[in-house]
Design a protein around this ligand. Sequence first.
Ligand code: CIR
Length: 254
Amino acid sequence: MFSKAIVRTPGKSLINGLTDSKHLGVPDYSKAIIQHQAYIEALKFCGLKVTVLDPCEDYPDSTFVEDVALITPNCVIMTRPGAESRRGEVKQMIETLESQFNNLEFIESPGTIEAGDIMMVGDHYYVGLSERTNLQGAEQLIAILVKYGLSGSTVSLKEVLHLKTGLSYLENNRLVVCGEFKNDPVFSGFEKIEIPESESYAANCIWVNDNVIIPSGFPITKQKVSATGYNVLEVDVSEFKKLDGGLSCLSLRY
Ligand code: CIR
């Protein structure tokens, strides 16, 4: 169960965030603020106490707080984003996390890792090797996890930005999977909720205390996830999609 979350209000500089989805257009800042607020309300509905950080204009992607830290029950690992324009976001987050945790660990150069590439399954953490997360980063992270009594393993990605762009763990041994992960032998032991390519964006959804928050506008995903017994909440995150960001990226949940 999670009890808390940290989010960061998008800044006006959001429109300059990194994206491979230029065809979707530039995010509308006012709409993004409204959507972000609805996202916070959904987290609160699921029982979380939400800390809302101020916008940070220097870093256009800083609303995607998930990528800069991994909060585990035993330690907090500050990442080192593969995207250079995002490295400074870590420092901002250290200040917030230092006040709550006393066991911060750090990924060092030349390692890079973004926590969108890390999927927690109980005490085990799957780490996607992507354009943002390299082997050194993954190995450093796994060594830290082991030091704290946890474990990790790497997964290769080909098509998606981050591991959790195409995969979400819904607890109870259940995975939402799309695209390249459907037949990946690494995940053969899970019960899979397969979603079609046409709804691939909804593969990034989040389990929060037996609720599952999914992006709005994906009826097949909604039906399939509801059918497995979760309470499904829909949140419109269209403006964040324009920056390749999904529901998980917008919060740290712990
Ligand atoms: C980026 O490209 O870094 C941001 N525009 C989107 C980050 C999305 N984060 C995530 O999937 N965990």
